[in-house]
Design a protein around this ligand. Structure first.
Ligand SMILES: [Fe+2]
Ligand SMILES: [Fe+2]
Length: 381
């Protein structure tokens, strides 16, 4: 049977080969779907309530990219849950690390519950997206063969292999000032440099989880690790917060649009929660804090030279900013939401934070391939 994902040139054949491997489990169901319904991926699904029919190639590609991103999100959230969350039937694995958990709870006594619930959300995101793809005769995403990275060996870790690396992160925390800016929007000012909230996190490589029990002391070191997690969490979630509305603009099917605009705001709820918790790592009494092992500093953002509307920690609502045109009034919005190249921008963002350090070339090929396809999606009318 002809795979409708196969294109004609050599580059496309290489990509299709990777993709067939990636979605091998889905190929059988794709074939089954094609035989049963005599529909192809190029078909249309226009009825919001109709559960039959098929997806346009672009819609399938955007959902597939979202599924991949959610699988990767799930992988690192599971690592957080094993050590600092609440392992249970909903989010199995690991047994908790009391010292790390206590340091996270210095930021909010409910931190473990929030980790658990965020992890549960991500599991349902990728599971739903894959199930929906399959229900439309399109291949789901499976990244299990890239589960090759050793994770934490600290008390509480399940010790299983991982897709993502939480132990060498370089974090761009400029979202902090981006959402506090009333005059700049990255979509209108692509070259504007929003200042970092925690400048040190953007320079070195830092672990967000105890790598082993050796990381559980001294006190300021494991607190700095918990603080790094507290900044990693909103840094990631604000990415999803932009990804979904950016992709939604190119959905053809109303049902796919509905999926994107229904999952996207849950990422925003995650971001909002975590941006509030991160503020507790950079305010009194925890801040300022210096990690004695590597010099990583978490400044007090409410004190000079910080403070003011760009840094004050309780300014967690999105400041109104220019949108679409400076001729229009400022408005409180998610930003950026520009749709062109959003999937590849997310891949680059996650890669440059070190989340995939140690992954194979093939892993990056697959990820870039999924992003290229998602970015090629066009809204069909
Ligand atoms: Fe998600
Ligand atoms: Fe999320």
């Amino acid at each position: 049977m002809r795979d409708p994902l196969i294109e004609s040139n050599t580059q496309a054949n290489r990509r299709s080969f990777i993709k067939r491997g990636l979605t091998a489990a889905g190929t059988a169901s794709l074939a089954g779907g094609l035989l049963a319904n005599n529909v192809a991926l190029f078909g249309r699904e226009d009825d919001d309530d109709d559960s039959s029919g098929s997806l346009t190639r672009g819609d399938a590609a955007m959902l597939r990219f979202a599924a991949a991103a959610e699988i990767l999100e799930t992988d690192f959230w599971v690592q957080y849950n094993e050590l600092g969350g609440i392992p249970d039937n909903e989010v199995p694995g690991g047994s908790g690390n009391p010292i790390y958990t206590a340091k996270l709870q210095n930021l909010d006594s409910d931190f473990d519950q929030y980790i658990h619930d965020n992890t549960d959300d991500e599991i349902t995101h990728f599971t739903f997206l894959n199930a929906y793809l399959e229900s439309k005769g399109a291949g789901p995403v499976n990244l299990e063969r890239f589960r090759t990275l050793p994770g934490s060996t600290a008390t509480g870790s399940s010790g299983k292999l991982r897709l993502t690396n939480l132990m060498q992160l370089t974090l761009d925390t400029s979202w902090w000032t981006r959402y506090r800016s009333g005059s700049n929007n990255p979509d209108l000012d692509p070259n504007f440099k929003f200042p970092q909230a925690v400048p040190d996190l953007s320079k070195g490589q830092f672990t967000a989880i105890p790598r082993s029990d050796a990381d559980l002391s001294p006190d300021a070191h494991i607190q700095a690790i918990a603080n790094t997690a507290a900044f990693h969490m909103p840094t990631i979630e604000q990415g999803g917060n932009s990804l979904y509305p950016a992709m939604a603009q190119r959905a053809t099917s109303v049902q796919v649009l509905r999926i994107l605009v229904s999952i996207g705001p849950t990422e925003t709820m995650h971001f909002q929660t975590w941006s509030d918790k991160a503020g507790n790592a950079v305010s009194s009494p925890l801040a300022p804090l210096t990690d004695p092992t590597n010099g990583l500093v978490f400044p007090n953002l409410n004190a000079p030279p910080f403070g003011g509307p760009r840094f004050q920690t309780n300014l967690i609502m999105p400041e109104p900013c220019p949108f679409l045109s400076r001729k229009l009034p400022r408005v409180s919005i998610i930003r950026p939401t520009k749709t062109q190249g959003i999937a590849m921008a997310v891949v680059n963002f996650l890669t440059s934070m070190g989340l995939f350090l140690g992954q194979s070339e093939e892993f990056f090929d697959v990820l870039r391939d999924l992003a290229e396809d998602a970015d090629a999606a066009r809204r069909e009318t």
